[in-house]
Design a protein around this ligand. Structure first.
Ligand code: SAM
Ligand code: SF4
Ligand code: SF4
Length: 339
């Protein structure tokens, strides 16, 4: 890796999370509360979205700067029509080793699973915060039948051999579901991932008191199960643990209690083509403009390198030490920037 592909804190660029739509059919309280994302909310217009061709061209350009891994997200990525065509295009990029998708699972049926697998998707993550219909309805505010998401998990295992399940733990709402989730998903083909509730965006009314830290979650689990910590992979954002009597893995994403900014190799591309160097950025770099007006890919690469070289983001670390909330900023919504 050449020196010029490192940011100011010596971090490479290897991983891009692409939001393919800012729309969603769920209204999770911690992400798109229905009070703020109501009928009159202005989502992006179709002509504002990057086309699949524009996204694929961006990925091809970013490969030369070190990009290796893509996650398709949103909003709800399966609301974007023919998203498998995008997967197919990205999978033809020779430097991309892994294409993953995060979905709420509500639209993931047998046909979708088959098409995504055939187009080259490598991994799927399904979000599920509780097994209780009542808790899920209060947290995710959707009328989608719970059995659809459970069915999506089974289909993901059948087609991909493995599935990750994301559970955002919000104290006082679904922390009592932790053990139940483990009882149900303790399986070597499933990695259950506990995510600390984050202060993304400005609409979710985040309150630190609602955060259950990974250490607290692990302590809760240890009351029933015996766990051992696994060796940390390079640049991994998740801390992994496994059961002493089983090969199933658990992962903990602790961006509040143990920030991992020093190893953050991730960028984010919003559905309308803004590049963000941090989940908590307040402004993005306009890629759609340059993609639509510049024919020369080298010039676009130079544009990318110029701002990656200036990157010094470490919001979670600053938040961690910021007792007086001096780093408060107007943050961008998760559904738009790509969770
Ligand atoms: N709609 C898809 C889904 O829910 O899987 C993909 C987009 S969603 C923004 C991606 C992930 O971000 C989900 O697993 C969701 O639970 C997580 N997420 C959203 N808001 C969050 C928050 N405030 N704190 C922690 N995780 C959050
Ligand atoms: Fe939609 Fe995912 Fe956000 Fe929930 S977390 S509102 S499913 S984008
Ligand atoms: Fe990366 Fe920003 Fe999150 Fe830190 S706060 S880990 S720099 S996205």
């Amino acid at each position: 890796m050449q020196r010029e592909n490192l940011d100011k804190l010596n971090r490479k660029f290897e991983y891009l999370r692409i939001s393919v739509t800012d729309k969603c059919n769920f209204r999770c309280k911690y992400c798109m509360p229905k009070e703020n994302f109501g009928r009159d909310y202005q989502f992006l217009r179709r002509d504002e979205l990057l086309t699949f061709e524009e996204i694929i061209r961006s990925v091809k350009i970013f490969q030369s700067a070190g990009l290796k891994k893509i996650r398709l997200t949103g909003g709800e990525p399966l609301l974007r029509k023919n998203v498998e065509k995008l997967v197919e295009g990205i999978s033809s990029c020779s430097h991309i080793h892994k294409i993953a998708m995060t979905t709420n699972g509500s639209l993931f049926d047998k046909e979708v699973a088959h098409k995504l697998k055939e187009s080259g998707l490598n991994e799927i993550t399904i979000s599920l915060d509780s097994l209780s219909e009542i808790t899920r309805k209060s947290l995710n505010s959707s009328n989608i039948n719970h059995s659809k998401v459970m069915n999506a998990i089974d289909l993901a295992i059948q087609h991909f051999g493995f599935v990750k399940i994301n559970m955002v733990v919000v104290r006082g709402i679904n922390d009592s579901d932790i053990i139940n989730m483990i009882d149900n998903f303790k399986d070597s083909r499933i990695q259950l991932r506990f995510i600390e509730y984050m202060d993304v965006g400005e609409t979710n009314n985040w309150n630190k008191k609602r955060v259950m830290t990974s250490d607290e979650i692990i302590k809760t689990i240890k009351q029933k199960y015996s766990l051992i910590q696994m060796t940390q992979e390079e640049n991994a954002t998740a801390e992994k643990w496994k059961f002493t009597d089983n090969t199933a893995e658990l992962a903990f994403i602790s961006s509040i209690s143990k920030p991992f900014c020093s190893t953050c190799v991730r960028g984010r591309l919003s559905a309308d083509g803004k590049f963000y160097t941090c989940l908590f950025s307040t402004e993005g770099y306009d890629f759609r403009e340059i993609l639509r007006n510049e024919q020369n890919d080298e010039k676009i690469l130079t544009f990318f390198k110029s701002f990656w070289g200036e990157r010094d983001d470490r919001y979670s670390e600053l938040r961690y030490f910021d007792r007086n909330n001096k780093n408060k900023r107007n943050k961008i919504e998760m559904s738009y920037i790509g969770g």
